[in-house]
Ligand binder design. Structure first.
Ligand SMILES: [Ca+2]
Ligand SMILES: [Ca+2]
Ligand SMILES: [Ca+2]
Length: 258
């Protein structure tokens, strides 16, 4: 393929320019001949450039598409997490509401049980008072839920005969287990027999019902001392309001408990 430049006939005569001169050069010698391979190379270069541009565009499009896909996946995942958290929150709200209702129900039940307990306790106290008053025969004194018989004023007996009198009345010598009972039993006479002795085994103080004395806070200071080796029965005095061991043969008033 060649390009030839020529003048109109007669305008330039022999001075017309022919770029297709056989020698490969123009008559002027400075205009290069544009050969076919140059044009082909240019076309190829253009094609390569176009392919490169298309490749870059395709790559960018693919990257953008991939990024959009990742974003969509992330949004879907976050949306699913949000829905899951909402569901958990709603479930916790329901659980909290149910627990609150259960607590309120338990509190209501507790109040009802406490009220019932208090009412029952009042009834028990009333019954105890009624029982004490009803069961105490004439000549007996009520204290708490028990009845007590105090021997006739001026009559004294040994510990054994005092106990015999109580047994004949269907009772026994008083068993004193509280400070209040001690004050009650000891206030009638100067000295009163109670149902406590160590006559079966020295030093082992046992009540008439067979139970062993618990603690030693009710003894007078220095008692029991088993003075002269012959003090096996316990009395209470109005002045001391505490126990003392004395010979069982001594004669005192006595107190029976039923
Ligand atoms: Ca008692
Ligand atoms: Ca003794
Ligand atoms: Ca003594």
């Amino acid at each position: 393929m060649s390009v030839a430049l020529s003048s109109k006939s007669g305008e330039f005569g022999d001075d017309s320019i022919n770029l297709m001169a056989p020698a490969g050069r123009s008559k002027f010698g400075w205009i290069p001949q544009i050969s076919g391979w140059c044009i082909g190379a240019a076309v190829c270069l253009g094609c390569l450039l176009l392919i490169l541009i298309l490749g870059v565009v395709a790559h960018n499009s693919s990257a953008i598409g991939h990024r959009d896909s990742m974003c969509e996946n992330m949004i879907d995942s976050l949306t699913a997490d949000r829905e899951s958290l909402r569901a958990e929150r709603d479930q916790l709200k329901d659980t909290s509401s149910n627990l609150t209702k259960e607590i309120e129900a338990l509190q209501s039940q507790y109040k009802a049980v406490a009220a019932s307990r208090d009412k029952l306790q009042e009834e028990v106290n009333t019954l105890n008072l009624t029982r004490a008053r009803r069961e105490c025969h004439q000549g007996w004194k009520a204290f708490g839920d028990k009845c007590y018989y105090f021997s006739t004023s001026g009559v004294t007996k040994s510990w054994a005969l005092s106990r015999k009198d109580c047994l004949e009345r269907g009772a026994d010598l008083a068993i004193v287990t509280t400070r209040e009972e001690l004050d009650f039993v000891s206030k009638t006479y100067a000295v009163t027999w109670i149902g406590l002795s160590d006559k079966d085994r020295e030093g082992k103080w046992v009540w008439v019902d067979g139970t062993e004395l618990q603690g030693d806070e009710f003894w007078q200071d220095g008692e029991p001392n088993n003075s002269d080796g012959d003090e096996d029965c316990a009395e209470v005095s109005r002045s001391a309001k505490r126990f003392n061991d004395v010979p069982c043969s001594r004669r005192f008033s006595w107190a029976c408990e039923l």
